[in-house]
Ligand binder design. Structure first.
Ligand SMILES: [Zn+2]
Ligand SMILES: [Zn+2]
Length: 250
């Protein structure tokens, strides 16, 4: 956690949030581990750089982040080596480079990748020397394996990411079905969907036809554009993930 007045766990002095500092989020050591209390905290770069536990701490943070990325369907892993990992999001056009040496990351616009890679000095300008050393170390790998944004995007296993995404959508639909299992809650959710100006979760067409089946039976929607019938579980799952169900792999 980072907040005004937060202290560095290494030197116990306050951190100036206007100056660069190193921070991690979420615990990544078990609570009985001596390094647990340093997780989810901010540190002075000088303290962190000279800290004897830095390499163990950074390595664990690095590995935890990569594990998290594997379950993340919006970010794809373009490169995963012992010393460096690169993930990319096409949706927001961003690249994250993470070094195992510090656990620190650099964020680069996907369309600026080649420019960033071409000028090491500019890329690391203003960074702490320990960060600069870490990036210098992995720079040849980045240049060799990810010479361009196109190569980077092609290296990601998007099919696996897509499967992961659709598995989540289906899980969400099932959970919604369970949550709305009574006729009353189900039909209430239908009304909510109408009030929100609901669209077809399959194709996105507006004004699906509403079939009010009264208080005893679950009501239903019918899309005139694509012919699909659906209810709130489909509608909520699709809108939660920003997808159209017609795109689901068969
Ligand atoms: Zn400190
Ligand atoms: Zn439709």
């Amino acid at each position: 956690m980072v907040y005004e007045g937060v202290c560095c766990p290494i030197c116990k002095q306050e951190i100036d949030l206007d100056a660069p500092y190193f921070a991690t989020s979420e615990p990544f050591f078990p609570s009985e581990h001596p390094l647990f209390k340093y997780c989810d905290a901010a540190m002075h770069w000088d303290c962190y750089a000279a800290w004897p536990s830095r390499s163990e701490f950074a390595r664990r943070y690095f590995e935890t982040q990569i594990e998290g990325e594997k379950r993340n369907y919006y970010w794809g892993i373009a490169l995963s080596r012992d010393e460096v990992a690169v993930t990319v999001s096409i949706d927001i056009g961003q690249v994250i480079v993470m070094t195992a040496e510090t656990g620190d990351t650099a964020r680069v616009g996907l369309n600026q990748w080649e420019e960033w890679l071409a000028d090491f000095d500019q890329a690391v300008e203003g960074l702490h020397p320990v960060q600069q050393d870490a990036f210098r170390e992995v720079w040849p790998i980045l240049r060799d394996v990810l010479p361009s944004a196109t190569v980077m995007v092609r290296r990601v296993d998007w099919e696996a990411k897509n499967k992961l995404l659709w598995a989540r959508v289906e899980l969400c639909r099932i959970q919604e079905e369970e949550r709305l299992r009574t006729v009353r809650t189900y039909n209430k959710a239908c009304q909510l969907w109408i009030n929100r100006g609901g669209f077809c979760p399959y194709c996105g067409a507006d004004n699906p036809r509403f079939e009010d089946r009264g208080p005893e039976r679950k009501s239903e929607f019918h899309c005139i554009a694509c012919g699909q019938s659906f209810g709130p579980p489909e509608a909520n799952a699709a809108s939660s993930f920003g997808v159209y169900l017609k795109d689901a792999p068969t």
